[in-house]
Design a protein around this ligand. Sequence first.
Ligand code: NAD
Ligand code: UDP
Ligand code: UDP
Length: 335
Amino acid sequence: HVSTKPPPEPSPLRRAKFFQANMRILVTGGAGFIGSHLVDKLMQNEKNEVIVVDNYFTGSKDNLSQWIGNPRFELIRHDVTEPLFVEVDRIYHLACPASPIFYKYNPVKTIKTNVIGTLNMLGLAKRVGARILLTSTSEVYGDPLVHPQTEDYWGNVNPIGVRSCYDEGKRVAETLMYDYHRLHGIEIRIARIFNTYGPRMNLDDGRVVSNFLAQAIRDEPLTVQLPGTQTRSFCYVSDMVDGLTRLMEGEHTGPINMGNPGEFTMLELAETVKEMINPNVKIMTVENTPDDPRQRKPDITKAKELLGWEPKIKLNSGIPLMEEDFRKRLTISRK
Ligand code: NAD
Ligand code: UDP
Ligand code: UDP
């Protein structure tokens, strides 16, 4: 017996749910390191449309080449310090150089990007009723006097130093997020990201993991900045992107620390890279830059409890995952 009855119409509620699942998502800074990995993850869901805006200061179209031409993807050259008018449901606001050499290059521009850029994205979120996530940073804790850092620690930041454009810029960006939330009821999410590494990091951005890896591949000495006992905690980029999407779609505004609690001195990191990539490479010490934080390690209790998130990839598994991409871009073949 074959039924001739037409299938039931979806109820208005089911239609509404179905409609909600189709998201148009804006990623500012989506041509950068973390942003492009986030776009990869968002594009894997066929119900998502993704719009990237980027001014290509530190990012590159190459990072998004696999999506160019896809009807669900749009790439716009735009500087977030200028107003932007698009219609979206979600805003991942990443636009901002993250590496000290790039954010120090034009510190006033860095402040404008953090302050005016975030203000514009909040104005956009308010106009269209979008939820907005800010990628803040562990740098809001400055040279921390509390270790490991919890979200309720207010930080120890030099307001007039060479890193201040970034640290204080992100602190004001967080303030703006909370003021729009309190004043206009905007749905906000704040992630405080700790050092993140992985494929597509800029080869020349001066960050410690990319420097050591490129140096080891080129057989140049690894440059440990003094004293070498300063610590950082390194999170692999796929773990980070997983945390960011959980935070966006979860119920908690944050700020929430996102990072890998495994803590290493820079000398230990150099030894690890040497052992894994090039056992013959030399390690040398060089001068450091001012205001370098002496220790950094996230307390991720909140992320674990509220988002069910914790990093899966340890440093000695993550470094080999970057190696191929670095070798390819350094055009040096495997030994
Ligand atoms: P990145 O430099 O690779 O990416 C930043 C992107 O923003 C680039 O594509 C750049 O061209 C773009 N951009 C910069 N200024 C812009 C502007 N005015 N208008 C439009 N686009 C602009 O850096 P990343 O490592 O991918 O960092 C992404 C975000 O995560 C940043 O907000 C950064 O502060 C934050 N974060 C990163 C780390 C890390 O370890 N990588 C740590 C803490 C926080
Ligand atoms: N803005 C934007 N896109 C929008 C809406 C606003 O870029 O879709 C910018 C706007 O130009 C302004 C900022 O966001 O500079 C803050 O907007 P808001 O409406 O909150 O404040 P106001 O315009 O009243 O200063
Ligand atoms: N660092 C280093 N050698 C390098 C580059 C950086 O020893 O070639 C050190 C730097 O002094 C700092 C740490 O590595 O203590 C992390 O620096 P990075 O610029 O990667 O990130 P951030 O300071 O923003 O955490």
